[in-house]
Structures are given as C-alpha cells and as structure tokens.
Design a protein around this ligand. Structure first.
Ligand code: GTP
Length: 601
C-alpha cells in the first residue's frame, strides 16, 4: 500500500436523530480548516433548504479533509454523511459500506435509542471500527457515565475510552480526530486492479447530469475512462472526477481507498443507482461489489392537481424531481372523483411528505394527495397473483382467494413506565408481541410484528404522544402474510368517491367505516344542499351520516361589520379554496382525503 493510501481514513457518523451528528460534523470541518467561520452557514452537510428547515438529513454526501495529527503526519479524512431516518436504511447501509470506521454519537442525556441501535448493527455488519462519542456533555442533564455503561451493556462495545464531547461547545473535537487516525484502519485495495467503485449516492446537476458519489474500492478512474454500470451494462465516458472539500474540486484521478465524485454526461439518476458498482468498460472487474439492491417503494398514494389544467405541469415537475430522486416512482392514473393524476410510490411516509412538499414549494403546484397505502398481494381463484397499489384496483370479491399484506418487525425503545402504553398501541394496531428486553437505565426494547399498513396509519404520532415523546422506533420489512382484508368504500350523495376507498382488516372495518363517515361529516364543509355520507363494504352500508345544508352566505355574518374583516374572511376562504377539489356537486377539502389517517379505531 502506498503512503497516500495508508494515510486515508474513511468514516461516517451514526447517531439517532437530534443526537448531534450534523453539529459534530461541522465542528470537525471547522477544526480541520475546511471551513472559515464565514462559510459556516449553519450546518453544511444538510445542504438542501428543505432539510435545513426540517432539521433532518435526507441526502448523504462526502467531504475530504486534511488533518495534521499529533504524530506529525497529514491524513486525508473522508467524512461520509448518512441519512438519519428509517425510510432511507438502504442508503445508510451503502454509505457505511464505503467506510472503514464510524463515530457513534450518543446524546449524553438521552442515551441509546432504537435508531442508534439499528445503525450500529448495520455498521457491525459492515465490519466497521466503531468509536463511541458521548455528545452534549455540556447539558445539565448529561449523564456520561450512565450512557457509557449503556453502550457497553446494550451494544457490547468497550466504552472505557469513549470520547466525551460537546459538539456545540467544541469540546472533544481534537480527541475525536486523533481517535479516527489511531483506531480506524486505512482502506485496503489495489490501485492497479480492475476498477470497482461503489456508488453510495447520486444527485442531478442541470449542467453536468447525474453525478455519482463513489468509493473506489479497487483500481483507479480518471477523466476519459470508459466506465460501465455493472447492474445495467450501460457505458459512459468520464468527463470529470473530483472531491468535495466541501466545495467541489476536480482531481486528476481517484484511486483505491479514495472517495469522490464522477461526472460522465449521464442524463438520468436512474443510471447511477445507489449500491451499484462502476467498472472500467475496457478492463472490467469480474464481479460487482456485494450488496447491490434495487430499492422498492413501500408506500403509495395518488397525487392530483387541484386544477385539472395543471396536470401537464405536475407531470413535468415529477419528471424533474425524478432526476434527483431515483427512489421516486410514478405512473398516470385516473380517478372518477379526482380526474387525471399520478399514483406515486415512496420509500416511506417521510419520503412521501418530502416529495409532496417539494412539488408544492419548488414547482408551485396545488395538490390533492390521497391517503397512503401499501402494496397488497392478491392470490386470485384462477391462480394468478396480482399486486394492488391502489385500493380501487382490488379485484372483485368472487375472484379473490386470499389477500396478503406486508409485515414489519418493529423495535420500540421506551422507558419502562411506558411499556403498558406501547403494548396497548401495538395491540390496537394488530401487532403480535415477539420479545421484551430490559436494558440498562430503566429502558425497555419491545419487539412486535405489525402490518406495515398500520405503521403508516399514524402509528408513529400515536407512539410519540402516548409516551410523551420518549419512545423511538425502527422497523424493517419481513415479508407478506395472509390477512382478512376488505375494501371499504365511501359514497357521497350516492356517488362512490374512489379516492376515499381504503383496504382494512375485516375486524376493524365497521369501526373504521363509522369513524371515517363521522370525520368526513366534520371535514367536508356544508354545501347548499344536504349531503349524505355512506360507508359501504361490498353492498352493505355500514354507516350513514349527513352533512346539513348551509343556511346563510358566509359574508352575511359581516354585513354591518367593517370592510377589513370582510376582506380577511374572503382571503381566508380563498386560502381554504386552494386545497379544495370539486367532486361532482360537492367540494371536498384536502384534509378529507387524509381523514383515514387520523381516526384511531
Ligand atoms: N447542548 C448541546 N446541544 C447540542 C450539542 N450537539 C448538538 N446539539 C443540538 O442538538 C440538536 C440536534 O443536533 P444536530 O446536529 O442537528 O443533530 P443530528 O443528529 O444531525 O440530527 P439529524 O440531522 O436530524 O439526524 C441541535 O439543536 C443542536 O444544536 C451539544 O454538544 N450540546
């Protein structure tokens, strides 16, 4: 191994959300001189505006730093950022695979959380050297000794020389850097072997096309290299290789052990799939690096423009977004109630919210979103298996042999006082109890198997509210299981509103139907006439409510009042109108389409 490669350290930071990953990353950048104070606009690694606002990391990135260690040598440190949410587990696992070591950041007041554990297991699977960092020791409620003990008890890591840090106050930063140099091994790999680069992220640049973030494992790549994507066989010519410092900087080549980016006039991020291996088309590697997986959407919903005329704009916006988001899928669909729109697939609920928000904010679209659902597997009586991504597409009853739905294994970590509350919630959500473990410090890890559909229906919000915010959740898909499922339809004014149809468990169908009809009665504003709401299973009406007719014009209230009040009221109505959809003779607000998410029966 050359000296350059021997002095490389590739590492990432794993942490539960809010334990201080971004703050620590910024301190490390600052300490190594990668940033001047002025450049340090808040948190650099969370680069998108949306991320900054929501305070979460949704895209991972890599930064190359130079660090002169106490041994007098200069080391090249590549810090690879990882997303911090369950929706993006696969991306986390690929960014971990690009590293030899990880800083495990644990909040000194909170201790270990479910997400911390999930990420530690991913890191251990990837054979990473783990350096525990107990952060936020400046907090009055910090209990670093307890947290160190917890790291030993729960994870089984030696925490005796865990670094005590405060990313906020700048304590323990140099110690962290010294530990990275001393403990994390340099990357292996032969710079003269056939090229193997692992893509751990990609993004779309309007001028340069899809740019891949890569870890070079074997060989080297430079401008002019003809590269091949091993999953698809597609070839491209490299026009630029470089590193982020954090500003992008071209370099002559990237060799084994290095981390950087590759530009090759690639038009679509779909051709730069996370986890794929890039090789040299003329001297290809025999096989790809292990671990490539096509990501599959778990959650689907319909997206419709409020104004039918915006349909083409919505299509353009989705096309543009997809350039940046290889995990987003969509296809046109038509709803009797909502007209032309798209059925979109997402990695999870957060991913769905992010896409929806970007469409509205960056593309200025007003959208109606239908309630999210999972993909069902229908085993038909004729032996065919049909995948259903939209409740309205469920085959007729007589054709259905069985319906299967996706299940997850959920790990909930919670203080022992709340165990009862969590168990009750999991029962309500059709969960099957698997295991309960007491871990240090009065905390309990509960394992349940639950239908994914129940998780996407307000599980997380309920969990947070019933545990006063103390519980943390992690889940993974464990496969499909047969369930007693039925389709629940809603009729408004006698008309079936397809966008309201949901698939529910037979035992819950009656309660859900009643609750839904009741919610809709409150959510749909009064019209000039009476509107009956019916919840129907098959041919059977299971609930009926009535929206009473409106009596007075809203403005009538203001007669005699001052004009500014009147204007305010009109303005307010206009605001409200934005998210209304005229369906037949009834105006339905966005909230009504999501009503099913907020009934807990
Ligand atoms: N008191 C104190 N607060 C800290 C420290 N480090 C981070 N914080 C605060 O904790 C909050 C979360 O920090 P982030 O760095 O954004 O956490 P994160 O882990 O990157 O969160 P995600 O990006 O959502 O995964 C912020 O309000 C920080 O200011 C620390 O050492 N002490």
């Amino acid at each position: 191994m050359g000296k350059a490669q021997a002095n490389i350290r590739n590492f990432c930071i794993i942490a539960h959300i809010d334990h201080g990953k971004s703050t620590l990353a910024d301190r490390i950048l600052e300490f190594t001189g990668a940033l001047t104070e002025r450049e340090m606009e808040d948190q650099v690694l969370d680069s998108m505006d949306l991320e900054r606002e929501r305070g979460i990391t949704i895209k991972l990135q890599a930064v190359r730093l130079q660090y002169k260690a106490k041994d007098g040598q200069v080391y090249t440190l590549n810090l690879i950022d990882t997303p911090g949410h369950v929706d993006f587990t696969y991306e986390v696992s690929r960014s971990l695979a690009a590293c030899e070591g990880a800083l495990l950041v644990v909040d000194a007041a909170q201790g270990i959380e479910a997400q911390t554990l999930a990420n530690v297991y991913l890191a251990l699977e990837n054979d990473l050297e783990i350096i525990p960092v107990v952060n936020k020791i400046d907090l009055p409620s910090a209990e670093p000794d307890r947290v160190k003990q917890e790291i030993e008890d729960v994870i089984g890591l030696d925490a005796s020389d865990a670094i005590l840090a405060s990313a906020k106050a700048g304590i323990g930063i140099e110690e962290t850097l010294e530990a990275i140099v001393a403990k994390i091994p340099p990357p292996e790999g032969d710079p003269t072997a056939p090229l193997q680069c692992m893509i751990f992220d990609s993004f779309y640049d309007a001028y340069k096309g899809a740019i891949s973030y890569v870890r070079v494992v074997e060989g080297s790549v430079k401008k002019g290299t003809k590269i091949k994507m091993m999953s698809t066989g597609k070839t491209f010519e490299v026009t630029e290789v470089g590193v982020f410092t954090p500003a992008p900087r071209q370099v002559e080549k990237l060799s084994s052990g290095e981390v950087g980016f590759i530009v090759a006039s690639i038009k679509n991020v779909k051709d730069t799939q996370v986890g794929d291996t890039i090789t040299d088309a003329d001297h290809p590697a025999k096989e790809p690096l292990p671990g490539y997986r096509q990501v599959t959407p778990m959650v689907y919903c319909g997206l419709y423009p409020v104004e039918g005329a915006d349909y083409e704009d919505l299509r353009d916006a989705l096309d543009k977004l997809r350039l940046n988001d290889a995990a987003l899928i969509y296809e046109p669909e038509t709803s009797v109630a909502l007209g032309f729109g798209f059925r979109c697939g997402f990695l999870g609920l957060l991913h769905m919210e992010i896409v929806q928000e970007r469409l509205e904010r960056e593309f200025d679209l007003d959208l109606i979103t239908t309630a999210p659902n999972v993909i069902y597997k229908v085993n038909q009586t004729d032996g065919q298996v049909v995948l259903v991504d939209n409740p309205t597409k469920l085959p007729p009853n007589q054709k259905i042999e069985t319906i299967e739905e996706p299940y997850v294994k959920a790990s909930v970590m919670v203080p022992s006082d709340f165990v009862g509350a969590v168990m009750e919630l999991c029962q309500e959500k059709r969960g099957a109890f698997i295991n309960m473990d007491y871990i240090a410090g009065q905390r309990v890890m509960l394992i349940y198997e639950l239908p994914l559909a129940e998780i996407i229906f307000d599980f997380f919000d309920q969990l947070k509210s019933r545990t006063k915010g103390y519980a943390s959740l992690d889940y993974e898909l464990i496969g499909y299981r047969v369930s007693e499922l039925v389709k629940l339809d809603i009729l408004l004014n006698g008309d079936l509103i397809d966008a309201f149809s949901i698939i529910v468990h037979r035992d819950r169908a009656y309660n859900r139907g009643r609750a839904l009809a009741d919610r809709l009665k409150d959510l749909i504003p009064r019209q000039m006439f009476e509107v009956p709401i019916q919840a129907v299973i098959g041919n059977k009406v299971i609930a009926r409510e009535t929206i009473k007719a409106i009596r007075k014009n809203v403005l009538a209230k203001c007669y005699g009042g001052d004009i500014s009040r009147k204007r305010k009221l009109l303005e307010k109505q206009k605001e409200g109108k934005k998210r209304m959809k005229q369906v037949g003779s009834v105006e339905i607000p966005q909230e009504a389409f999501m009503a099913v998410l907020s009934i807990d029966k």
